[in-house]
Design a protein around this ligand. Structure first.
Ligand code: ARG
Ligand code: ZN
Length: 896
């Protein structure tokens, strides 16, 4: 027996051995493939034994003579044998990342026994303990912390997994596929054996063991098969499963009806876990969820949380085809599954809720957060060509921009052809690990379109900018629209090529207020585009000439946000007010309102900086007045229209971010509108009050958001009646959406006399519920008052807080650094220091979370010199630590 204790010693690397990048161009097929994997886990908190038997054979496409090299980290090897023969020293080599067998036969059964320590696993990758429950997270490279394996997505095997555990402590033992055997063992143990007949890569492996209770339901598939659906939770959460189960059934049905995709096992399980780095994970047949992304109850979860759960349940379920049946060849192709699956879950949520609001929310998020990423030091293409730590690439660019690219394909092809391409993709590549070319190739094949230039969307980082301007020629009835595109340089990509950008446009007649018919002057003569058509921008600059334009138009550009770009057009404020009233495209009507508000905000930001009196643009007030007095939209859209651009979005539009000026300008607009339209807001509030029993449906959600938007205006001026309404709304404790909205407005006001007792009552009532306490943390640390930072420090010592739990970290630290801009960016640098202290601590505990929470510090280039210096000093302080590859990669980029 050899005992190579690599786990502890491998921690400290010499300073000169910095982590090295992996390159897409170096991709090679693996030397071996695994046809079948047998696993046996004997679970124990500190010494779990993992017995693996891998059926290996040489890969037909591999270079001859390559040794058999398996990945493995933090494993203590106890035993190794080939075809029943114990290996001798010298027949294999082990280091801190691999196990190599130079002279392995072409076909073999490799057996290993390793011991791992789930309790010491605070990184939450591989097998770990959460609240006494064993669970796994293997994507992207966590499986190598469980056993020696070819831990790469192009190695796909069937799995047979036996889980052994204490009968009392671990009554429930789960893994992928179907349970085929169970029984009792000596010493109070029992076991269950699971078989997963679908070949899968190791990143889709899952195991869960603990004291769990289940809620069960059924779904009959389109071919008439019965699927058992199980949701496993801790017993105190049994009353929080209904919405997730309903969402799951709706997703299964939607994927059958929309994409023709049927579920392929007899059992589908979801488990809720308290400690989880991300939202959830699509392991085959056994999805593991962050409890925050699956549990809901009207008293504990807001409408936003209900909608998030619906979206995440759908996302993970949809991965069963876009990800599991057809997976990625290598991790550079991550957006192949994530971009497509986000597009699918966004479409699902749009179908079951308000479609225009879903689009507005998705675009707001993209334009605020993804655009910032694409403009910062960690900008990367949707298909990166190198990385140091793949966990750092589960980004907004891979997910959200990736989804926008798929959406552009859908729009370029039209739904029916896109669906044919999707069918072809799933049929041709079922059971395979493929590339983004394979996906786009199917779309090109079914449509006959040339998508070569379009592929640049995957390889070029940065947000393209389009400068548009138009001229109306009265005499000839012509409108000439010139579009010029440019993608700014990003790290490692100084020069950019023009992209193929679909720009959906309409021309709105200034007299009629109607969409004019578009006749485009093309190389092959005139082309009729109807009332709204797509222009294909392919060159650096192109002019589009519309003929027979009977009246002067205002162009409505990039309708529905047809491409993920920044589009500038010299709209006058009257034009924007006109589009806000008349645009037939709901998204652009909302966007016109945002642009109008932005113009006013720009003036006010300048006034604040120059210390001159702030003057409100009356056109904004009038636009809001007409929205309130003649509401033409559904309530959900109206609530979005009445919401001012966020501070983060405003900051994105500024050449240099002045956090205080932005905060002051936005408050000024809000208060001005509240004073001017006080009665309108009050009646809007009253008109949308209701004591109907809570339901998370589109109608009620719209009502609540409209009511709470109205309340936020009234509270911005601490209107006496408004304060009283907020107090009553909190006291009524009708549902968490209303309670949290009221509590937030009170805590963010100067009315401590009401806010403090409310906070105390809330904290006591919910002390037992960590997901509600997360909201209690967030509400407090986002208050704009100058004591926010002290509150963060104080709350970090609260018994309900722990740096080891990612949800707590996000709720307290993440909310402060991400949403409390005035306080995080304090000029004494204390906000930055707090964040870097947390990053340094998390770098040891949980590198993946450390590398994410650090994001605001990496954006130092956007601020004034004084703040830049402070932020860089903190990054340098972090750099001096012994860094995980995760944090190392981000800090190096930020300081490059
Ligand atoms: N595939 C998962 C999802 O998007 C996310 C896995 C994230 N893993 C990670 N190490 N960051 O559904
Ligand atoms: Zn995903």
């Amino acid at each position: 027996m050899s005992d190579t204790r690599v786990s502890e010693q491998a921690e400290i690397k010499p300073v000169d051995a910095q982590p090295q990048p992996v390159y897409l161009k170096d991709y090679r097929p693996p030397a071996y493939r695994v046809t079948h994997t047998e696993l046996k886990f004997d679970l124990s908190a500190t010494d779990t034994q993992v017995h693996a038997a891998l059926h290996l054979e040489r890969h037909p496409d591999s270079e001859p003579g390559l040794p058999l090299t398996l990945h493995g980290e933090k494993l203590s090897l106890k035993h190794i044998a080939i075809d029943g023969q114990e290996l001798q020293e010298g027949e294999y080599q082990v280091d801190d990342a691999t196990l190599t067998i130079p002279e392995a036969p072409d076909r073999l059964r490799l057996e290993t026994v390793v011991v791992i320590d789930p309790q010491a696993n605070t990184a939450l990758e591989g097998l770990y303990l959460s609240n006494g429950m064993f669970c796994t997270q293997c994507e992207a490279e966590g499986f190598r912390r469980i056993t020696y394996y070819l831990d790469r997505p192009d190695v796909m095997a069937t799995f047979s997994t036996t889980v052994i555990g204490d009968r009392e402590q671990l009554p429930v033992l789960l893994s992928n596929g179907n349970p085929v055997e169970r029984g009792e063992l000596p010493n109070g143990k029992h076991f269950v054996t699971w078989e997963d007949p679908h070949p899968k890569p190791s990143y889709l492996f899952a195991l869960v063991a603990g004291q769990l209770e289940k809620v069960e339901d059924h779904f009959t598939t389109m071919s008439g098969r019965d699927v058992t659906l199980q949701l496993w939770v801790e017993s105190e959460n049994l009353d929080k499963t209904e919405h997730a189960m309903r969402s799951l059934k709706a997703s299964m049905k939607w994927d059958e009806e929309t994409y023709g995709r049927e579920y392929d096992l007899d059992l589908f399980m979801i488990v809720a876990v308290n400690d989880f780095n991300m939202g959830a994970m699509e392991n085959k047949g056994l999805n593991i969820f962050n409890s925050a992304a699956v549990l809901t109850h009207p008293q504990t979860a807001t409408d936003g949380a209900f909608q998030r759960v619906e979206g995440v349940v759908a996302h993970e379920y949809f991965h069963n085809w876009s990800g599991n049946r057809v997976t990625c060849r290598d991790w550079f192709q991550l957006s192949l599954k994530e971009g497509f699956t986000v597009f699918r879950d966004q479409s699902f949520s749009a179908d079951v809720n308000s479609a225009p609001v879903k689009r507005i929310q998705d675009v707001s998020f993209l334009r605020t957060a993804q655009f910032a990423e694409d403009a910062g030091p960690t900008a990367h293409p949707v298909r990166p060509d190198h990385y140091i730590e793949i966990s750092n690439f589960y980004t907004l660019t891979i997910y959200e921009k990736g989804s926008e690219i798929v959406r552009m394909l859908r729009n370029l092809l039209g739904w029916d052809t896109f669906r044919k391409g999707s069918d072809l993709y799933f049929e041709r590549f079922d059971g395979q690990a493929v590339t983004i070319e394979d996906f786009v190739g199917c779309m090109a094949e079914v449509s006959g379109l040339d998508l070569d230039q379009f592929m640049r969307w995957y390889s070029q980082a940065g947000t393209p900018e389009i400068d548009a301007h138009g001229e109306y020629d009265y005499a000839n009835g012509e409108y000439r629209l010139t579009l010029r595109q440019r993608t700014p340089a990003t790290p490692g990509q100084p020069d950019k090529q023009p992209l193929h950008i679909p720009v959906r446009v309409g021309l709105v007649g200034t007299k009629s207020g109607e969409d004019l018919t578009l006749t485009l002057e093309g190389p092959e003569g005139k082309e009729n585009l109807g009332k709204d058509g797509v222009l294909h921008l392919r060159e650096d600059e192109q002019t589009f000439v519309f003929t027979n334009v009977a009246e002067a138009p205002v162009p409505s550009l990039l309708r529905g946000f047809s491409a993920p770009v920044k589009l500038r057009f010299p709209y006058g404020r009257e034009d924007l007010a006109f589009l806000l009233q008349n645009d037939s495209d709901g998204f652009n009507r909302w966007d016109a309102g945002q642009r109008l508000a932005m113009l006013a905000l720009d003036d006010l930001i300048a006034a604040h900086r120059n210390g001159v009196e702030k003057v409100m643009d009356p056109r904004v007030t009038e636009a809001f007045r007409s929205l309130l007095n003649e509401p033409s939209d559904d309530k959900a859209v109206l609530a979005e229209m009445l919401t001012l651009p966020s501070e983060a979005y405003i900051a994105e539009q500024q050449p240099m971010v002045d956090v205080d000026a932005i905060h002051a300008a936005r408050n000024f607009v809000k208060q001005w509108l509240a004073v001017s339209l006080r009665d309108e807001f009050l009646s809007l509030y009253r008109a949308n009050q209701s004591d109907a029993p809570y339901a998370p449906d589109a109608e009620q959600i719209a009502q609540r958001s409209l009511k709470n938007v109205a309340l936020s205006y009234l509270m911005s001026i601490e209107d006496e009646e408004g304060v009283e309404l907020a107090r009553q709304q909190f006291e009524a404790q009708h549902n968490m959406t209303d309670v949290r909205a009221a509590l937030t407005l009170l805590v963010h006001s100067s009315r401590g006399d009401i806010a403090d007792p409310a906070l105390r009552a809330f904290g006591e009532k919910w002390a037992h519920d960590p997901l509600v306490m997360d909201q209690w943390f967030s509400v407090q640390v986002t208050r704009p008052q100058s004591d926010a930072l002290d509150r963060v420090k104080y709350l970090m010592d609260h018994p309900a807080f722990s740096l080891k739990n990612p949800n707590r970290v996000r709720a307290l630290i993440g909310a402060f650094v991400g949403q409390n801009r005035v306080n995080f960016h304090r000029l004494d640098g204390e906000g930055y220091k707090l964040l870097s202290d947390v990053v340094i601590e998390l770098n040891r505990l949980n590198p993946e979370i450390a590398a994410r929470i650090i994001t605001p510090l990496t954006r130092w280039q956007r601020f004034d010199e004084q703040r830049q210096a402070l932020m860089k000093a903190e990054l340098e302080r972090i750099r001096a630590e012994d860094l995980s590859p995760n944090v190392y990669e981000v800090v190096e980029k930020a300081l490059a």
